[in-house]
Design a binder for this molecule. Structure first.
Ligand SMILES: [Zn+2]
Ligand SMILES: [Zn+2]
Length: 367
């Protein structure tokens, strides 16, 4: 079948909406007609070149739509179901899957960085040439094919624009707090970086009834958004005494939990300065993989636990429907996260705005 997709041909290039050819479904494939897709910072990293992927490629890994067709071996979803894409399809039986770490699934980590699906192959072509998949989802398109474990059913009452953002930014932020750090009620949580992921970490802290929720960001606009999403305090992350201010709000000890979601060297350093001895740090942000980050050795001492997480320990089949229900019950804000809606033809303008740091999430409406 033919379908339209936004194709990136080279680093630093513009996305071009082109007609591609999708290969027939393999037995484990799910074909989804996408209705909405978000623009995530990770997509921008590929455009800008700090994250290397083979080209040409169809970016996008936050998507929601309707299952159009399934391969003959698929049992977990059926045509007509509403789904949110998970960018962590996994085999379910490799070394890491068997240890409860689907994010490290061996076929996934082997093939995904090479722009391929879980089985190592490619479904998309342009004039006979392969076009690479991104995060096994490639949602900046009107259709996508993904492995069964990447198509997660959600309640049909959930609007597609709000559904799509659950697939990355919302899951990662809420998951970092609820699943990865397992923050207890009454604990203090500091969140560094109040962008799309950080705001969701703040929402996660509110969901588990954390006590003090301290947002740190260099932008006054983002600090005020953080307060609207449930932070109890906001601190300028650029202030030389930012860690001292966190200690001032936490009986002089530092926060029980620090979630880093800014993706800057200074934020990684601040995270370990601001956590209390024995506390837990979760790093969500990322910088170029070859960069080095210097730490003050003393800031790493004191029995601190530091962990990096890409997807907030997501178990999408468990967590996406849960977040959808929390939204429908009024306990998670999704409407307020979407600050711009565009068509597929405006996708470059959407990324330009993301590069300028404008808004929270831009959603492309596809149908
Ligand atoms: Zn993302
Ligand atoms: Zn696996």
């Amino acid at each position: 079948m033919k379908f339209e997709a936004a194709v990136l041909g080279k680093v630093g290039g513009r996305l071009e909406v082109q007609t591609l050819e999708m290969a027939p479904l393999e037995p484990g494939d799910v074909l989804v007609r996408l209705h909405a897709t978000g623009l995530c910072h990770t997509d921008l990293e590929v455009i800008q070149g700090s994250l290397a992927y083979p080209m040409p490629i169809v970016l996008g890994h936050e998507g929601a739509g309707v299952v159009e067709k399934v391969g003959k071996a698929v049992t977990a979803v059926k045509p007509g179901e509403h789904v949110v894409c998970s960018w962590n399809p996994h085999c379910g039986h490799c070394f890491y899957c068997e240890r409860g770490l689907p994010i490290l699934c061996e076929p996934h980590t082997r093939h995904q960085p090479r722009g391929r699906l879980l089985d190592g192959t490619i479904r998309m072509h342009r004039d006979g040439e392969p076009v690479h998949h991104f995060f096994e989802t490639s949602t900046h398109a009107r259709y996508t094919v993904l492995p069964e474990s990447g198509a997660i059913p959600v309640p049909p009452e959930l609007p597609f624009d709000r559904a799509c953002i659950i697939g990355c930014g919302v899951m990662t932020g809420i998951g970092a707090v609820v699943r990865k750090a397992r923050v207890e009620a009454g604990s203090s949580v500091a969140v560094i970086g109040a962008g799309a992921v950080g705001l969701n970490a703040i929402q996660g802290a509110r969901l588990v009834d954390a006590g003090r929720i301290i947002a740190l960001d260099v932008s006054a606009e983002r600090r005020s958004r953080a307060l609207a999403f449930g932070a109890t305090d906001a601190i300028d992350a650029a202030a030389p005494d930012a860690a001292e201010q966190v200690r001032g709000l936490t009986a002089g000890r530092g926060a029980d939990y620090v979630i880093e979601s800014a993706g800057h060297k200074s934020a990684f350093r601040l995270s370990v300065e601001a956590v209390r001895p024995g506390g837990q740090v979760v790093w969500l942000g990322k910088i170029n993989v070859d960069e080095e980050v210097p730490f003050r050795w003393g800031s790493l001492m004191g029995e601190k636990r530091i962990v990096r997480s890409s997807y907030g320990d997501a178990m999408p089949r468990r967590d996406f429907p849960w977040i959808a229900r929390e939204y429908m019950a009024g306990r998670v804000k999704l409407d307020e996260l979407i600050t711009r809606r565009i068509g597929l033809g405006e996708i470059n303008e959407g990324f330009d705005a993301l590069a300028r740091g404008e808004g929270i999430r831009t959603v492309v409406e596809l149908q």
